[in-house]
Ligand binder design. Sequence first.
Ligand code: FE2
Length: 283
Amino acid sequence: MTLPRFDARDFAAATPDMIAAFARDGVLVLENYASAAECNAMKAQMAEITTGFDPDAHRTVFSATADEPSRDRYFLDSATDIRFFFEAGALDAQGNLTRPLNVAINKVGHALHTLDPVFSAFSNSEKMMGLAKALGHAQPDPVQSMYIFKQPEIGGEVVCHQDATYLWTEPQSVLGFWLAVEDATEENGCMWAIPGAHVGDAPKERFRRTGDTGTYTETLDATPFEEEKKVPLAVPKGTLIVLHGLLPHLSGPNLSPRSRHAYTVHVVDGAAHYPADNWLQRA
Ligand code: FE2
């Protein structure tokens, strides 16, 4: 099937057609949501942030030989910080970088939307909050952000999952706003999704925090996702893809010579209950 695409060049508010498409498909594709200038500004800002990062200061954290609690602590504390996570293919067995830093990072997260002025402006805009309200939120609350590099040749795959697994609320409310900062193609690891699979579904897994540094994944439904029904979401730079929290989605590895930068914000409804054992805690 081919998903509808909407031109959001002069986007002011979600139209009934957009709302209907999202309810049916669990995914909404808004081309030209961000201008080329906005995308370039985010890319430049991330280059600046990356320049200020000293990988040696965190060498043990990223070392393959680092102990688990140390790595978990670094991850859990990224909820309220700007932290760096490497591509698996960028480290050797001793945990040393095998390539320049700017082409070794997998992602930066998870509080760009509160701590960085460029990403904060985009993530908390009236435009985005209005869109979240149109798609069902009473009180849109951006809780998590990531800049994903999907580096040339080593960009790792993201296996099929539902975002509700990681940002559980009662009732389920998480929305994923995924912006193509660069063109996303099948060659460089674009998003894929299973349209309509959110309807009547529930999260198959729940990622929970345990104790001070631990996490575990609870299996709720062992039925596999129907990945044979997935469709590619190859989109040009500036396109916003909105994902329902129960919609299964994934992205392949990037084996191409071109990067595939994206910025993603996850928004929950502040009116829903946010459990104390979600991995991401802001207080
Ligand atoms: Fe996701």
